[in-house]
Design a protein around this ligand. Structure first.
Ligand SMILES: CC(C)(COP(=O)(O)OP(=O)(O)OC[C@H]1O[C@@H](n2cnc3c(N)ncnc32)[C@H](O)[C@@H]1OP(=O)(O)O)[C@@H](O)C(=O)NCCC(=O)NCCS
Length: 142
């Protein structure tokens, strides 16, 4: 049976999904800190086994970011990603009731844009908001 759990803080599950989707895994203490600092997350299980995960990070009221939406390869194309997104967006809508100006962002991996478009996401350029940018400087930030 497929079940959804909120705010599970399980480094092994998180890292195993990271590995399974080909992203490699962080050091355990890095993953633990990341999970502890997460605003909201959903974990999807088939029985006792983790098959999907997604999380919201941010300040919890003005800016939220969707990150780490991942579905075990053998469970992809079975609407598990949709289940993750619907749960995250449901949480976002509760925050939006407190702050209608809330901005929700995500960074789509190359080739995954079409998945997020199904849930109403546009590129920042399409929304007339300029570019999304990522820091790739090699200078150390002291
Ligand atoms: C991207 C991912 C989360 C999608 O999850 P999923 O469970 O396979 O997706 P779903 O079955 O819920 O698909 C929902 C819809 O999105 C579409 N879709 C899925 N992946 C897509 C893609 N890469 N491009 C375009 N559309 C896509 C599906 O065809 C489906 O369309 P439909 O509603 O018309 O049938 C999953 O493939 C995954 O974990 N990939 C590896 C990790 C990753 O890249 N995550 C995204 C990081 S930004």
């Amino acid at each position: 049976m497929i079940t959804v759990k909120e705010n599970v803080l399980n480094v092994d599950e998180f890292n195993s999904l990271y590995d399974a989707v080909g992203w490699g895994a962080y050091e355990r203490e890095v993953s633990l800190k990341a999970l502890q600092n997460t605003f909201y997350s959903v974990s999807i299980y088939d029985g006792d086994s983790i098959i999907g995960y997604g999380r919201l990070i941010g300040d919890g009221i003005c800016f939220l970011y969707i990150h780490d939406v991942m579905v075990l390869p053998e469970y992809q194309s079975q609407k598990i990603g949709t289940m993750i997104m619907k749960n995250l967006l449901q949480k976002v809508s509760t925050v939006q009731k407190k702050n209608p100006s809330l901005r929700l962002y995500l960074g789509a991996s190359l080739g995954k844009e079409g998945f997020y478009r199904k849930f109403g996401f546009l590129s920042r350029e399409e929304a007339g908001l300029g570019s999304g940018m990522i820091y790739q400087g090699e200078e150390k930030i002291d």
